[in-house]
Design a protein around this ligand. Structure first.
Ligand code: AHM
Ligand code: MG
Length: 336
């Protein structure tokens, strides 16, 4: 019997690039720097439950360093892994208000990285899955080697890569460079992400909806009517849908990619523009889900085409199986 082929991320990128010569070796270097940081975050997330035993936030560890909160730790790990590799010209993090320049002493590259270091951080203490989300663009400004706001504020359609790492029962990395969406699972015994699904394909229609229904009283009328619709009894159209909501975007999107259905974070009174961030959350997830055959909308427009005007811009996000998201849009556009 022959052994199954084992494909790690480097080999996957190499094989993809032979088929579609999109990027150079620099790109796989960028991704492996990022994955090293994510493996370290994964290790810390796994230890989080031991925090009472090993020491609390604010305490000083054996090296005399402050023990950082997990989301600060995740931000610092990625920042430190990515600022000197020579691949990036600028970064931005959901945790930091302003763009993060590449220090003068390091050479600058032609890529731009936006990341949410630890999304769903309210779930950390309860051992629920959380994740890192990222989005990569090419540098478009030509004033000099440093990246600018113009490089950071690009529409989703211009992403060259997007992905997330899901720290769940196992650690899973899902990414796209525009040639489909592939998933890898971290084998902790060898410290490598190994290919587990070469082409994730989301069902055209699902039967799961995912939304914080606690906000229902302050949704707009279209959202209320759509959610009422999918809860009606009609076995021929597989209704009512069933509800699953983790409250960690990465966990909710991961399930949606695998099983289909719809995830919604619509506007409400507390968050009139939606809660999620366009550049760190919505656009990368939209790219991943579209590459798996799904669709992402802000209610009336394709997320991938929304032009950002600020780094931390928020947006409504309706994402998942294409037929389900189009149904929601029909309500939002007043067609149903
Ligand atoms: P965060 O970036 O502060 O962690 O917030 C984003 C998270 C998402 O992971 C999740 O989809 C959403 O917030 C849940 O919000 P809510 O608790 O309002 O349902
Ligand atoms: Mg977030």
């Amino acid at each position: 019997m022959t052994e199954p082929k084992v494909v790690n991320i480097t080999r996957h990128i190499y094989e993809e690039q032979r088929k579609y010569p999109l990027a150079t070796g620099g790109f796989s270097g960028l991704l492996s720097d990022l994955m090293l940081a994510c493996k370290m975050i994964s290790r810390e997330v796994n230890k989080a439950g031991l925090i009472d035993i090993l020491g609390k936030t604010g305490e000083v560890n054996v090296q005399g360093e402050e023990v950082a909160k997990l989301d600060t730790y995740a931000h610092n790990r990625i920042h430190q892994a990515m600022d000197h590799g020579g691949h990036l010209c600028v970064m931005a993090s959901e945790e930091v208000a302003d763009p993060i320049p590449i220090p003068k002493e390091f050479s600058k590259g032609r890529y731009v990285l936006l990341f949410d270091p630890l999304d769903g951080s309210s779930n950390i203490d309860s051992n629920v899955g959380i994740g890192t989300i990222f989005s990569i663009h090419r540098k478009v400004s030509d004033a000099g080697p440093d990246g600018t706001m113009q490089d950071l504020l690009q529409t989703g359609t211009r992403q060259v890569c997007a992905g997330y790492v899901f720290y769940g029962a196992s650690t899973v990395f899902v990414y796209t460079t525009g040639q489909g969406t592939a998933a890898f699972t971290l084998d902790p015994s060898v410290g490598e992400f190994l290919l587990s699904s070469p082409h994730i394909q989301i069902p055209r229609r699902g039967r799961i909806y995912s939304v914080n229904e606690g906000n229902a009283a302050s949704w707009d009328d279209a959202t209320k009517r759509y959610i009422e619709h999918i809860k009606q009894f009609d076995p021929e159209t597989n209704r009512p849908y069933t509800l699953r909501y983790v409250g960690s975007l990465v966990a909710d999107i991961h399930r949606t990619l695998l099983y289909g259905g719809i995830f919604l974070y619509p506007p409400d009174r507390k968050s009139p523009k939606g809660k999620l961030r366009l550049l760190y959350e919505a656009a990368p997830m939209a790219f991943l889900v579209e590459q798996a055959g799904g669709f992402a909308s802000n209610g009336t427009r394709r997320i991938m085409e929304v032009e950002p005007s600020e780094l931390h811009q928020r947006t409504p996000l309706i994402i998942g199986s294409p037929d389900d998201v189009r149904d929601y849009e029909a309500y939002a556009l007043g067609r149903r």
